[in-house]
Ligand binder design. Structure first.
Ligand code: ADP
Ligand code: MG
Length: 257
């Protein structure tokens, strides 16, 4: 357990080493090598079906690598025992692509659920923390509402509040701005930057919105659907200028309707 707490800015939060992901014999992506740096916003980008959501599932330990490792502070996610895994999972929050809230609970109850499941905090404290997380995402008035009463953008922000319930140091977001109008999408970009600034949260975000990637990402990891491996990892602006041709073409779809 001692190796889990990686300190110092030079030490990456996560190290992905020689990762090959497959469903049976079907390889999705191979030989992925990269780090998630403390305090960065890392965007995972590539054509539909290239393996972005699959990579997120590997990063959170929901799917086992065909080969290779996902290391948190030196600890292999797939070799951790149950207790170690539980401790590791407390360190990250996740918003899946569907981003669904439980429709049978109020928004507040949704945010309080992880606190009820994974902490011993009393009810009043759970409510206080949930209201604070909702305020962080600009939804202070939504505590008593049903998810169905929220707009699409508000629902995404509430799902992010739920992912933040346990104060993760790392937040995984799968297509947070999909299905949102440009205004709501831009507001979500602002929220991501604020989380990093105010809470020091490291963010790994799958995105198909190049506007969003250019607005918030420090680095962009490109998963190529033809070569089935990563072909670029750098600042979006650098890749737009000097990246491989398919990456440049992808990035230049920016701001098209
Ligand atoms: N449960 C599954 N079983 C088999 N193949 C899958 C499964 N989930 C995804 N795939 C395949 O893996 C590839 C990558 O999928 P995915 O990670 O969802 O892509 P992306 O998120 O980049 O659009 C696709 O070809 C998809 O059909
Ligand atoms: Mg996906």
């Amino acid at each position: 357990m001692a190796a889990i707490e990686a300190r110092g800015t030079a030490e990456p939060l996560v190290r992905v080493v020689g990762l090959t992901m497959a469903f049976g014999d079907e390889v999705v992506q191979r030989d992925l090598d990269f780090e998630i740096r403390r305090d960065e916003v890392l965007a995972i980008v590539g054509a539909s079906g290239c393996g972005k959501s699959t990579l997120l599932r590997h990063l959170i330990g929901l799917q086992e690598p065909a080969t290779g490792q996902v290391l948190y502070g030196g600890q292999d996610l797939n070799r951790a025992d149950d207790e170690q895994l539980a401790a590791l999972r407390r360190r990250f929050g996740v918003m899946f692509q569907a981003g669904a809230l439980w429709s049978s609970m109020t928004v507040g109850e949704n945010i309080m659920l992880p606190l009820r499941l994974f902490t011993r905090k009393p009810a009043a404290e759970r409510a206080r923390l949930a209201r604070w997380k909702l305020a962080l995402v600009g939804l202070e008035g939504a505590f008593e509402l049903e998810p169905a009463e929220l707009s699409g953008g508000m629902r995404k922000r509430a799902a992010i509040a739920r992912a933040l319930a346990l104060d993760p140091e790392l937040l995984y977001l799968d297509e947070p701005s999909s299905g949102l109008d440009p205004f709501s999408a831009a507001r979500l970009d602002g929220l991501i930057l604020n989380l990093r600034r105010n809470l020091g949260t490291t963010v790994v975000m799958v995105s198909h919105s190049m506007d969003s990637v250019f607005a918030v990402a420090d680095r962009l990891l490109y998963l190529d659907h033809v070569e089935k491996t990563m072909t670029a990892l750098d600042a979006p602006r650098v890749l737009a200028e000097t990246g491989p041709e398919r990456v440049r073409a992808f990035l230049h779809r920016r701001s098209q309707p």
